[in-house]
Design a protein around this ligand. Structure first.
Ligand code: ADP
Ligand code: G6P
Length: 483
């Protein structure tokens, strides 16, 4: 036990993220654990299932203390957030300040000092929990924008630890990041890590530029030299790209499951057996470009370039961050657009857009991916976008076409996609038509190329690469500065 061992805990490997891989419905905390929403959990859960360790995070319920528990072989350690923490740290600073700021200010970020104070306080709570749980010289992997102060806090408390940080979302250009009143504190917080991973090389470069511009530290290649300051000795930090991925073998197994294939055929029947099924799968978020996608589809129908008897769009949107104003607005706009398209373009027996505002189990999601001839990923900005990779992984017959936004990290990896600029509705319409009309041979060639990529670059390869680089940094401190 951690008490009897003095200052150290028992875990040699600790993952820290705002969310645990499972959550409970805040309005009904008595119900069972279910999978938490979002790409972070999709990616990190298989990593944790495959190795020993502890995952520290929040349960999604305010003001309730939970004991540590084990689920699917993962040892989970809950951190409690009060109602006020949820309002100011989670909904406020994390999702109404950082989220829009880091996603190209698609929505205007709000800056409030009370939110910042809560962010500091909750980051301190997470760091204290790690310090309690981590064994001597343990490896700690901190995840995402909600916890950017944890690396530095931890380095102060526990200089013995190996600290990695991975940012799942974009890191903004310096000109945008510079708006943040607490920009220097955030940079110093992150620089407490030994290794900082980003989705794209451009995100890592944005970060290093901010470090040079604001703190005046030197960088050489991907290495930042942090000088000693007060009580902390100087050290080097690597900041570089580690594009995240998916559990491809698992998805391939599901996609080959006869029951799931049968379910895909059933879905096709249920939507009227059209020539073409198009699919969108997103959290209901203003970064995902759902409105732009609907606008393009609506215009193509209205102009007669697509015919409602031949094609349907299934748009699945998981409820997300629903108390926030910007999320109420996007939901309202999407629902208005769906209603308008169906009202104007559909007929009895032929609906244009099937809109589903729920979350589904993985089996059912896989059936949707198998049923879809064309996948639409039209994010205005996205760190990676795992949905694009999931669709590709499920196309075991190398058929289907992917329409993919240039502004998703996945665009740098999935060269066989039809790349679009979702801000340019004309270009988006052309991309959708190209995907719908693409001949089977071209589809097969492009899908084969993309499948090869997701079969090589799995999430397990991603975590191995990150963790082995982190190991190497601490094992040979004098070899930290590569050229
Ligand atoms: P984000 O992390 O911003 O939500 P990603 O595309 O990277 O975006 O990851 C989203 C994850 O959530 C994917 O694994 C996707 O399959 C899953 N997902 C999205 N919508 C749903 C839904 N309605 N039901 C179940 N899973 C969903
Ligand atoms: C994205 C973020 C994650 C977050 C997820 C779901 O994937 O990168 O950090 O957990 O969205 O959002 P939520 O606010 O529900 O945790």
């Amino acid at each position: 036990g951690s008490e009897s061992a003095g200052t150290y805990g028992d875990s040699d490997f600790v993952v820290v993220a705002n969310r645990l891989p499972v959550d409970r419905d805040a309005s009904d905390p008595e119900q069972e654990w279910r999978t938490s929403p979002g790409g972070l959990v999709t990616a990190v859960a298989p990593v944790m299932k495959a190795q020993e360790g502890a995952w520290i995070g929040w349960t999604g319920v305010a003001d309730v203390d939970f004991e540590p528990f084990t689920i699917d072989g993962m040892h989970l350690i809950p951190v409690t957030l009060t109602n006020e923490d949820v309002l100011r740290y989670y909904e406020g600073f994390s999702n109404a300040t950082l989220w829009p700021l880091y996603h190209d200010v698609i929505a205007p970020p709000e800056y409030h000092r009370t939110w910042w104070e809560a962010y500091v306080r909750v980051n301190e709570r997470f760091a204290a929990k790690v310090a309690e749980v981590a064994a001597e010289s343990a490896t700690v992997w901190v995840h995402d924008y909600q916890l950017q102060l944890v690396p530095q806090l931890l380095r102060r408390m526990r200089p013995d630890l190996r600290i990695g940080f991975f940012n799942h979302i974009p890191f903004p250009p310096f000109e945008l990041f510079a708006q943040l009143p607490w920009r220097d504190e955030i940079l110093r917080g992150l620089l407490g890590a030994d290794l900082i991973g980003f989705q794209r090389p451009a995100d890592a470069a944005n970060f290093r530029r901010a470090v040079r511009g604001r703190l005046g530290y030197q960088t050489k290649g991907s290495t930042v030299t942090v000088p000693e300051s007060g009580d902390l000795p100087g050290h080097s930090v690597r900041a570089e790209a580690f594009p995240i991925s998916i559990d491809t073998p698992y998805l391939e197994e599901l996609a080959a499951d006869p029951a799931i294939i049968e379910r895909a055929a059933q879905i096709r029947e249920e939507v009227g057996n059209p020539k073409v099924i198009m699919l969108g799968v997103d959290r209901m978020d203003y970064t995902k470009g759902i409105r732009h996608r609907l606008k393009a589809f609506g215009e193509l129908l209205a102009e007669g370039r697509l015919n409602v008897e031949d094609i349907v769009l299934i748009q699945i949107a998981t409820p997300s961050r629903e108390r926030l104003e910007q999320y109420k607005i996007i939901r309202h706009d999407v629902e208005l657009a769906v209603g308008r398209i169906n009202g104007e373009q559909a007929d009895i027996g032929s609906i244009a857009v099937h809109y589903l505002h729920h979350s589904y189990p993985r089996d059912e999601m896989t059936a949707f991916f198998i049923a879809a001839d064309v996948m639409l990923v039209t994010a205005l900005r996205d760190g990676m976008n795992l949905v694009a990779k999931e669709y590709v992984a499920c196309r075991l017959h190398d058929d289907g076409a992917l329409v993919l936004s240039e502004f998703a990290g996945a665009a740098e990896q999935l060269a066989g996609a039809v790349l679009v600029n979702p801000h340019d509705i004309g270009n988006l319409k052309a991309g959708i038509l190209e995907a719908v009309q693409m001949d089977p041979k071209t589809r097969a060639r492009r899908m084969r190329q993309m499948r090869k990529k997701v079969r090589t670059d799995t999430v397990s390869a991603w975590s191995k690469r990150f963790l082995s680089e982190l190991d190497a940094i601490r094992d040979s401190p004098e070899a930290v500065v590569p050229d």
